[in-house]
Ligand binder design. Sequence first.
Ligand code: R5P
Length: 309
Amino acid sequence: MPVLSGASGAEVAESLAPLLDMDHVRVESRRFPDGEAYVRIPAEDIGSIRSEPVVLVSNTYPDSGIIQTILLLGAIRDVRKGDLSNLKGELSEGMDDVGPGIFLAIPYFGYARQDKRFSAGESVSARTVAEVLEGHCDGIAILDLHAPEVLEGMGVPIEFVSSMPEIADSLQNGVGPDFILSPDKGAISRASEVAGLIGCEFSYLEKTRIDAHTIEHTPKDLDVSGKVVAIVDDMISTGGTICRASDALRRQGAIEVHAACTHGLFTGGALSRLAEHVDGVHTTDSLPNPRASVSAAPALARGLRTLIE
Ligand code: R5P
């Protein structure tokens, strides 16, 4: 069975394929001079894509990832339908439609944070993106989606999977935290899962976002004096949330502070900023980044097994 990937998601696809006992197929993907995307499934892989269900690993981030995901799904759909007619007349013999069997694995689902209409007239972008994708596949596995509720009642089955077990394992072996902190209420379920798996103390902060670059935490007494603390979140973007939480922990006597998350976006110098506030940063490889130390593949494999079976 093939696990396909374009440019975005190739590393995760490479690790995922053996976990599912499948082969990784890298789809040709490049850009025209005007920036538009081009994809092509290699002729030698058309047979395997038609003979068994297929998995496509692709991120919907940055925006170019959305277009590439749609084009890849379109190419796979046409191959499975037997629609291979082309200008050069290759492979023009009639082929049957082999039916459903296209599963999309999304390591990082971009637009996840626009999960509500915060002001009238806005797009609920997370849902809008998913509605485009669901028209081209038979099931989707999404890794640590910011707020899964936004995709309730979609037209295809969706498996929401999490890398928290792998993050817990990595923190336990590499850091040995005494205390896990959720930097806001939204990350409580993920961070408390990590605390439970490690068997250490847990608490959370309440956060108010002033703007994209500024957040404030409500002051709270935390029993962290002399302790090694790991802050666990779904993603780090500017690093503002982690830096402010780390400052609060240090003020209360934490001796070591680490940051862990699934998705390391690290926008606008975030890694340099974080280096001044935390002792270590640990992420999965859902997005390639210099701090990726945990594989996103096991979690996606769990979801895909459920979808395929
Ligand atoms: C938002 O609620 C998310 O879970 C993260 O806490 C947030 O996106 C992190 O963003 P930043 O690193 O820019 O503070």
